[in-house]
Design a protein around this ligand. Structure first.
Ligand code: URA
Length: 438
C-alpha cells in the first residue's frame, strides 16, 4: 500500500488512481485519520489532473459508503423522484416542483443544500419561513414524504458524511468548481437518498459553476452516466444561468415569488418554463404521464386549481413551519428599506455577470461570507432587467430590499457593474433550455 503522500503524487503527476486508493483516502478522511491538508492537496491535484470515469464512479461509491442508504417502501404504484440543480441565482424551482409533482402522485423526497459561493440555497430559502425545520432525522423525512408526498431537508450526518466534510474543505480551498468532484458530491447524496428517478438541472453561464455550455454538458453527461450505472432513471436538462431566473432574488423574496406563482398572482415566464420542464420529466419517469404535453397539462391544472399551493402548505406544517404564509405572504420577513438601483447609462442590456448579483445578495447579508454568518432573510432584489431589455439612464436595473445602508451602497455598485449596457439591440437570444441529456 502506498503512503498518502505517494497517492497524492500519483494523481499530481496525472496518473489514474485505483479503487482501493480512492477508498483508502475517503475512509481515512471521514474517520479523521487522514488530515485535512492531505485531502486538500488531493482535491487540488484532482482539480488540475481530472479523473477518468472509473475513478469518478469509485469516488462516488466511496462517499456513498461513508453513510447510510435510505430504504423506501417498495410498493407497486409508488415512485420516488428528486430533482437537483447545480445551482444558480434566483433558482427557486425546487420550492414549486416538490409540492407540484407530489400533487400528481409522485413521492418527492428532496435533500437540498445551502447557498454555495454566489448561488442561493433551497434550505436558506425555506428557513425564511418561521419555524420551518430542515434538520429532520431520516425516519421523520421518510414519514413526511410518505404521508404528505414531499419533504425537503438538508444533508444529515447519516447521508454521505464524507461529502459533507469534503465539501466544507473544498469551499475554502478553491476546489469547488472541479467537474469530477461535483459529480461525486452531487451523485453520492442522490444515490444514498435512493430515489427511483432523478432529474438534474445542469446550469451553464455567468451565474453557474460551469461557465461554458460545453463544460456543463460534460458535467451533465457524467452525472447521468453515474446514475444509470446505479440502475436509476436519470436525465438532465441543461439550462441557461446567464441571468437571474424569475423576478425575485433573495431568500424570503424567492419564497414569496413561488407562493405567488402557485396562487396565480405573479408571472415569471422563465421560472415557470424551467419548473414545468423539470417537473414534466419527473412525471414521465414515474409513468404518470405518457408524454411531455400530457405532463404539462396535468401540472398546469394542479397549479391553476391551487392544489400545488395547498400541498406546499401541508409540507410546511409537517415540517413545523408557519403554513399561513401561503395565504398571506406578508408573514415572511420584510426588509425595512427599498431602493431602485439606477442604470448608469441608456441602451440595451447585452450581458449580466450573474454571479455578481449573487455576491450582491451576500453583501446585503442575504448569504454567507463565512459559514458561521447569520442570514438576513429579508434582503435581495426584485424585477431585474434581463438580457435584451431596453433601459434609459436612471431607470431601475432592479429594486433592492435592504436593512443596512452601508451594505446597500456596496451592493448597488456591484449590481451596476454586473450589467453590460450597449447601443445595439440584442437579436440572438440564448435558449432557456438548451438540451436534454439522457
Ligand atoms: N452541489 C453539491 O452538492 N456539490 C458540489 O460539488 C457542487 C454543487
Amino acid at each position: 500500500m502506498l503512503l498518502p503522500a505517494q497517492i497524492i503524487q500519483k494523481k499530481r503527476d496525472g496518473n489514474a488512481l485505483t479503487e482501493e486508493e480512492i477508498r483508502f483516502f475517503i475512509n481515512g478522511f471521514t474517520s479523521g485519520e487522514l488530515p485535512d491538508y492531505q485531502m486538500s492537496a488531493m482535491a487540488m491535484a484532482i482539480c488540475f489532473q481530472g479523473m477518468n470515469f472509473n475513478e469518478t464512479m469509485w469516488l462516488t461509491r466511496a462517499m456513498i459508503a461513508s453513510g447510510r442508504i435510505v430504504e423506501w417502501k417498495r410498493q407497486a404504484g409508488l415512485f420516488y423522484a428528486d430533482k437537483h440543480s447545480t445551482g444558480g441565482i434566483g433558482d427557486k424551482t425546487s420550492l414549486i416542483i416538490a409540492p407540484l409533482v407530489a400533487c400528481c402522485g409522485v413521492k418527492v423526497p428532496m435533500i437540498s443544500g445551502r447557498g454555495l459561493g454566489p448561488t442561493g440555497g433551497t434550505l436558506d430559502k425555506l428557513e425564511s419561513i418561521s419555524g420551518f425545520n430542515v434538520n429532520l432525522p431520516l425516519d421523520k423525512f421518510q414519514q413526511i414524504t410518505d404521508k404528505v408526498g414531499c419533504c425537503m431537508i438538508g444533508q444529515t450526518a447519516e447521508i454521505a458524511p464524507a461529502d459533507k466534510k469534503l465539501y466544507a474543505l473544498r469551499d475554502v480551498t478553491a476546489t469547488v468548481s472541479c467537474l469530477q468532484l461535483i459529480v461525486g458530491s452531487i451523485m453520492c447524496k442522490k444515490l444514498a437518498e435512493n430515489v427511483d428517478g432523478l432529474v438534474l438541472d445542469v446550469k451553464w453561464g455567468s451565474g453557474a459553476f460551469m461557465r461554458t455550455r460545453e463544460k456543463s454538458a460534460e458535467l451533465a453527461r457524467a452525472m447521468v452516466e453515474v446514475g444509470k450505472r446505479y440502475g436509476k432513471k436519470v436525465c438532465a436538462l441543461q439550462t441557461d444561468m446567464n441571468q437571474p431566473l424569475g423576478q425575485q432574488i433573495g431568500n424570503a423574496l424567492e419564497v414569496r415569488e413561488c407562493i405567488e406563482i402557485m396562487n396565480g398572482s405573479a408571472q415569471a415566464d422563465d421560472l415557470l418554463e424551467v419548473t414545468l420542464a423539470l417537473s414534466a420529466e419527473m412525471l414521465l419517469m414515474a409513468g404518470v404521464a405518457k408524454n411531455v404535453a400530457d405532463a404539462r397539462q396535468m401540472l398546469q391544472k394542479k397549479l391553476a386549481s391551487g392544489e400545488a399551493l395547498r400541498k406546499f402548505a401541508e409540507m410546511i406544517a409537517a415540517q413545523g413551519g408557519d403554513a399561513k404564509v401561503c395565504d398571506d405572504v406578508k408573514r415572511l420577513p420584510v426588509a425595512k428599506q427599498m431602493k431602485p438601483i439606477p442604470a448608469p447609462k441608456s441602451g440595451f442590456v447585452q450581458a449580466i455577470e450573474c454571479d455578481q448579483i449573487g455576491y450582491a445578495v451576500i453583501a446585503l447579508g442575504g448569504g454567507r461570507k463565512v459559514s458561521a454568518d447569520k442570514i438576513d432573510f429579508a434582503v435581495g432584489f426584485e424585477q431585474p432587467k434581463k438580457i435584451g431589455d431596453t433601459v434609459t439612464a436612471g431607470e431601475p436595473l432592479m429594486i433592492m430590499h435592504y436593512n443596512d445602508a452601508a451594505r446597500a451602497l456596496e451592493a448597488e455598485h456591484m449590481v451596476q457593474h454586473a450589467y453590460t449596457i450597449g447601443d445595439k439591440p440584442v437579436t440572438a437570444r440564448l435558449p432557456l433550455i438548451v438540451q436534454k441529456i439522457e
